[in-house]
Design a protein around this ligand. Structure first.
Ligand SMILES: NC(=O)c1ccc[n+]([C@@H]2O[C@H](COP(=O)([O-])OP(=O)(O)OC[C@H]3O[C@@H](n4cnc5c(N)ncnc54)[C@H](OP(=O)(O)O)[C@@H]3O)[C@@H](O)[C@H]2O)c1
Length: 219
């Protein structure tokens, strides 16, 4: 199969389209033929090896000279091509989307991925395209996780920094869903987008420093 392979750390030039072995699902896995995959912030951070903290520790874990796991990509949307003997939740031909998680490259930027049947994979609803589904898991799951950890509740005022990004666009919509009043921070080209997602107040980070803008989150 074809896959994107990182030949080292550095600029996007280290990435090559290569022929690699097609994975074989074990008894609890499904083999998904990938229709759409994405690049998330974590992929480019691992590839460029730019960490604000723990740089040496990350290299020890991920590979000293080049990534030990070479195929980037977390998110995928595609069609189940084969299932292991113990898989009961999915059948060949199911349209699915999901995410392969991990601190290293997870391998979704490829023609095929093997996914545990109890992993983060679900049937793709008919109303959303492969492209829409593949772009959903990392941003939406992170936003939901951290909003829940923050104890978000109705009537609260919340500031979402990076509101136009993968995580932020879901965070704005989910915070509104929980009944919070959202102030969003983004760049000038994203103001309309973020307003359309439900932010009541939008701060353009090129004009306003949110940390001294004068209002506090609460109650
Ligand atoms: N811990 C985890 O599990 C986890 C998971 C996913 C992501 N993350 C982290 O969360 C962060 C956001 O990820 P993402 O995938 O949402 O990134 P992204 O899609 O690249 O979005 C980046 C956001 O940052 C804004 N931004 C860019 N330059 C800025 C500046 N100088 N000042 C203020 N805002 C600026 C962008 O605004 P404009 O585009 O409008 O300019 C955009 O809203 C990243 O640091 C990522 O590594 C963590």
């Amino acid at each position: 199969m074809k896959a994107i392979v990182a030949t080292g750390y550095g600029s996007p030039d280290v990435l090559r389209l290569k022929e690699v072995d097609k994975p074989t699902p074990d008894a609890h896995e499904l083999l998904v033929r990938v229709h759409t995959t994405t690049v998330v912030a974590g992929d480019s951070r691992i590839r460029s090896s730019t960490y604000t903290r723990f740089g040496l520790l990350m290299r020890l874990g991920l590979g000293i000279r080049r990534p030990r796991k070479t195929i980037p990509g977390n998110e995928f949307s595609g069609v189940v091509e084969a299932v292991g003997s113990d898989v009961t939740r999915f059948r060949v031909g199911d349209h699915v989307f999901g995410v392969l998680w991990g601190i290293a490259f997870a391998g979704a930027n490829a023609e095929y991925v093997c996914v545990p049947d109890d992993g983060m994979v679900v049937i793709r609803p008919t109303g959303i395209s492969h492209q829409q589904a593949a772009a959903l898991p990392v941003g939406a799951l992170c936003a939901l996780h951290f909003l829940r950890r923050s104890g978000i509740h109705g009537g609260q005022r919340i500031l979402i920094h990076g509101a136009s990004g993968s995580v932020g666009t879901y965070a704005v919509q989910l915070a509104r869903h929980f009944g919070a009043h959202v102030t969003a921070v983004c760049g000038p080209d994203s103001v309309e987008l973020v307003q359309s997602l439900g932010a009541e107040r939008v701060l353009d980070y090129t004009k306003v420093d949110y940390s001294i803008a004068g209002r506090r989150a609460g109650p």
